[in-house]
Design a protein. Structure first.
Lengths: 232, 232
DNA sequence: GTCTATAGTCGGATAGAC
DNA sequence: GTCTATCCGACTATAGAC
C-alpha cells in the first residue's frame, strides 16, 4: 500500500503524482496529530505519522504553520461534505414549504449529522482540532468559521425560528442554537468524562441510539413564545 | 503520592513566606498559561507570566510537569469552593425532604454556578485547562475528575433522578447529565463561536441573565418517564 | 530562596546529493 | 520530489554565587 522505494519507473512524467500523494498524507496526518497534541506537535512527529520525510513539510506547505492552516481549510471542506447535504436541504426550502413539522425533522437531521461527527472516530481527529481552535483562536479559526461553523449556525437558527414562529435573527432564537449544539459538542469536548460517567467504553451504534433519542426529545422540547414549558 | 517531589522546599520552617508567595504566583499563572497554550507553554513564558525567575519552577515543583499536575490539583480545590456549596446542599438532603420542586431548585442552582464558572473571566483560565485535559487526558485528568467533576455529575444525576422519579444510577438518567452540562460547557469550549454568533462582545450580567433563562427552561423541560420511551 | 550562567537536548528549517 | 546531514535557535533543568 505504501510507496515503493524506487525511482519513478517510466519517466519524469509522474512527478506531480507522487508529490500530491505526499501532500495529502501530510494533511490527513496533520489533522489527527495537531488535533491530539495541539500545535506543539513536532514536525518529526507529523512526518512520522504521515510516513513521509520531514523535509516534505516545508517543501509542500512552506512551514509547520502553513501545514496547520492548510489542515484547517481541509477540515472546513470535509465538514461541508458531511453536514453540507443536511444544510442544503434547509436552504433549498422556501418559507412556505418549511412548516413546523418539516423544520423539526430537518433540525433532527442536522443535529444527528453533527452528533455523528462528534462521535465518529474517523471524524474525531478534526473535531478535536476545531475545539482546540475555539479555545485559543488563531488565523485558522476564521477559515473554519467561514467554511463550516457559520453556515451551520445560520441553518439551525432558521429552523428554530420556523418552529417557534420567531425572528431567526432575534436574540431569543439565536441563543437556542448553542444550547442544542452544546449537548452534542460535549460528546467530544468532554469525551473522557462522558464515557466514564455513562460507563461506556466507546460510543457505538447502541450508544448512539440513546443519543439520537436525546436529540429527539430536545427537538420536541422546543416551544413557541407563548408556551413556556407547560405540560402537554 | 509526592514521589515526584525531589525536594521539600518548605521544610517545616514557617519562614518560607516569600517562597510560598512565589509558589502561588506560579500556580495561578500556570493555570492561565497552560489553559491557553497547552503543555507546549514554555517555562520562560510561565515564569514571565508569574513574575518570578525561571529556576523557581524546578525548584518549587520539581519540573514543568510537576507544576502542571500541581495546577490540576489547585483547580480541583478551587472548583470545590465554587460549586461545592451547591453540591453540599444536595448531599445534605435526604430523599424524604428532596421532593421534585426542591430538586428542580437545587438543579437550577448547580447549573447556574457551573455557568458562572464557564463565563467568568476569572474562572476562564482553569475552565480552559480542564477542557484541554478532557480531549487528551493525562495523569492530571484523574485529579480533576476525582476532585471536582465526578462529585458534580453524581449530584446532578441524583437531582434528575428525583425529578423524573427514576433510578439515579440508570442509563436514562445518567445520559441527561451531559445533556445539561453540555449546554453550559459550550459557553467555554466554543466561546469564540458563541460570542460571534450571538453578536456579543463579552458575557456580562445582561448576557448572563439570558443564559439563566435558558437554564431555567431546560430544568423545567425535564419530565418524568412518560415523556420519552426507552430504557429503565 | 532567588538569581545568573550554562550544560545538554530537541525542534524547525535548509542545503545539496540523488 | 525526496532524501541525509546539518545549522541555529529555543527549550528544560542544573550549578553555584549571593
Amino acid at each position: 500500500m505504501s510507496a515503493m522505494d524506487r525511482r519513478t519507473p517510466t519517466s519524469g512524467r509522474a512527478r506531480g503524482e507522487r508529490g500530491e500523494a505526499t501532500r495529502e498524507r501530510l494533511l490527513r496526518a496533520a489533522i489527527d496529530v495537531f488535533g491530539r497534541r495541539g500545535f506543539e506537535a513536532s514536525t518529526r512527529e507529523l512526518a512520522r505519522a504521515a510516513g513521509v520525510n520531514l523535509a516534505a513539510i516545508p517543501y509542500h506547505f512552506g512551514s509547520k504553520r502553513g501545514l496547520y492552516l492548510a489542515a484547517a481549510e481541509h477540515i472546513a471542506s470535509e465538514v461541508r461534505t458531511r453536514i453540507g447535504p443536511a444544510l442544503q436541504r434547509v436552504q433549498a426550502e422556501t418559507d412556505d414549504v418549511l412548516d413546523e413539522p418539516r423544520a423539526r425533522a430537518l433540525l433532527q437531521d442536522i443535529l444527528e449529522a453533527l452528533a455523528r461527527v462528534m462521535v465518529d472516530d474517523g471524524a474525531a481527529s478534526w473535531a478535536r482540532f476545531v475545539i482546540r481552535e475555539q479555545m485559543d483562536p488563531s488565523e485558522a479559526f476564521e477559515r473554519l468559521h467561514g467554511g463550516a461553523i457559520g453556515p451551520t449556525f445560520a441553518a439551525l437558527a432558521r429552523l428554530i425560528g420556523r418552529i417557534t414562529g420567531r425572528d431567526p435573527c432575534g436574540r431569543a432564537v439565536r441563543i437556542q442554537v448553542p444550547r442544542l449544539v452544546g449537548q452534542i459538542l460535549i460528546l467530544r469536548a468532554a469525551r473522557a468524562t462522558v464515557l466514564r460517567e455513562l460507563r461506556w467504553e466507546r460510543i457505538g451504534e447502541e450508544e448512539f441510539a440513546l443519543i439520537r433519542d436525546l436529540i429527539r426529545s430536545s427537538v420536541e422540547g422546543i416551544r413557541g413564545a407563548e408556551a413556556n414549558g407547560g405540560g402537554s
